[in-house]
Design a protein around this ligand. Structure first.
Ligand code: MG
Length: 447
């Protein structure tokens, strides 16, 4: 039996843990540069705020309806997510972390009442990290996702599904006629993997509810739609077509890019931003145990500012040897900026992508054919490579322990002069403190 555990309105719920004033109120979380609503509380949904709706369109609700907006605080959400995932992992032998707030658990071999176990797990997550969750159980991933949908809707919209299925729903324990009823009450678009386009097409061919889909002909679906939809159908019938992936492959490339909070016109500003992005990317690279063989760097003006002169710089730099060393990756990226920067432009966005990744362990000891590299060129020094790895590990440990950027490459704050807020910083005027990852922002309790 599989379970899909999902936090309700994750970002809003994380904010509510530390700001009780947000509870029971309509709340939205804004994307970087405070542009659009990327998360909504149930109360905000009820006011009609749509997913990804631009903030300026709903801003008036602040005055009229008491809508509260906060800037996205991804450092907080990421940390709360890892805490939640760790609790879930205690309850099942295998876990696939599917997104920041969802994981599949495989209860294969676990005996006893799984619904009771999942209620315990929900209570533990609530008690230990303060996040509300819903759990769906089913014999396949698609059915577990479906059960989760039922659990969530039954709680959020009384009357949509039977009340006793709220919060934790096990479709594996429901008899056939009752399951058919749940299927009949659900539109095909609510099924995992069926997007707006496919559901419109299904509707055209007369398939509106999940029940109608489940009774469709598999061969017809494959022919008229895709193998993917056929698999969805089989999964709805209880035939597992998607395995649990508890050891996901590392990413093939790592991208860190941001739109600037205000235009950057100086080369030092671009160097600072690009150094920061390369350092962040390098951290992620080491986390997944990889090395990069090439670095792509880009920085560009805004195509939306039609009156500005436009320039887009984009270059890929192959590295002499694959590396995970922040100093080399930042050096390569900053070098590219020095070659491509053109004065007189208002740059709006930049990014660094690490490419051609390989596992750090498989790097072969090699002859030092390029031992005499000019100083300042992009290279790693094999004789010192184990020292480099140790240095990077020490840097990561210090940053984990004392907060991000406790140790950093100087060019990351070349312009900002060591200050935590960077010259190019993303606009986040309403960001709450990073309560769980920064000593200086820890909540205070006065008693
Ligand atoms: Mg969720």
């Amino acid at each position: 039996m599989l379970a899909l555990v999902d936090a309700n309105n994750m970002y809003v719920s994380c904010e509510r843990v530390f700001s009780p004033r947000l509870r029971g109120r309509p709340v939205v979380v804004l994307s970087s540069n405070d542009g659009a609503c990327i998360a909504r509380s149930n109360e905000a949904k009820a006011l009609g705020v749509k997913m990804a709706q631009p903030w300026f369109q709903v801003r008036h609700l602040e005055k009229t309806q008491g809508l509260i907006a906060v800037s996205a605080n991804f450092e907080l959400y990421g940390d709360m997510s890892s805490r939640m995932m760790a609790i879930e992992a205690r309850y099942a032998p295998r876990q696939e972390i599917y997104s920041i707030d969802e994981s599949f658990l495989d209860f294969d071999g676990v005996r006893g009442d799984l619904v009771a176990l999942c209620r315990d797990m929900r209570a533990a997550i609530w008690r230990e990290v303060g996040l509300p969750t819903c759990v769906g159980l089913g014999p396949t991933k698609t059915l577990a996702k479906f059960a989760n949908h039922v659990a969530k809707e039954a709680e959020r919209k009384p009357g949509s599904y039977p009340r006793h299925l709220a919060q934790v729903c096990n479709v594996g324990a429901i008899d056939r006629p009752a399951l058919e009823e749940l299927f009949a009450a659900t539109e095909v678009g609510d099924i995992w993997g069926i997007g707006r386009r496919i559901s419109a097409k299904l509707n055209e061919s007369g398939i509106r509810t999940v029940r109608e889909l489940a009774h469709s002909d598999a061969a017809m679906l494959r022919k008229q739609f895709s193998v993917v939809l056929e698999k969805t159908l089989l999964e709805l019938r209880g035939v597992s077509c998607m395995a649990l992936d508890d050891q996901p492959e590392g990413r093939q490339q790592i991208l860190v890019s941001r739109s600037f909070g205000k235009a950057v016109t100086s080369i030092d500003g671009i160097v600072e931003a690009v150094s920061e992005f390369a350092a962040r990317a390098a951290e992620k690279l080491r986390q997944q145990g990889s090395m990069a063989s090439a670095v792509n760097v880009f920085f560009t003006t805004s195509p939306f500012r039609k009156n500005d002169r436009q320039h887009e710089a984009n270059v890929t730099i192959p590295l002499v040897r694959p590396t995970a060393d922040t100093r080399h990756l930042v050096g390569a990226a900053a070098g590219a900026v020095h070659r491509l920067f053109r004065p007189g432009f208002s740059y709006a966005k930049a990014g660094v992508m690490l490419m051609d990744l390989q596992a750090a362990g498989v790097q072969q000891a090699e002859l030092d054919l390029v031992g005499d590299v000019e100083p300042g060129s992009v290279d790693t020094v094999p004789a010192k490579s184990s020292n480099q790895a140790k240095l990077m590990a020490a840097m990561d440990t210090l940053n984990r322990r004392f907060g991000r950027d406790a140790v950093r490459i100087a060019s990351q704050t070349a312009v900002s002069n060591g200050a935590e807020t960077r010259s190019w910083s993303v606009r986040q005027e309403r960001r709450t403190p990073r309560y769980t990852t920064r000593w200086a922002e820890m909540p205070w309790v006065k008693c």
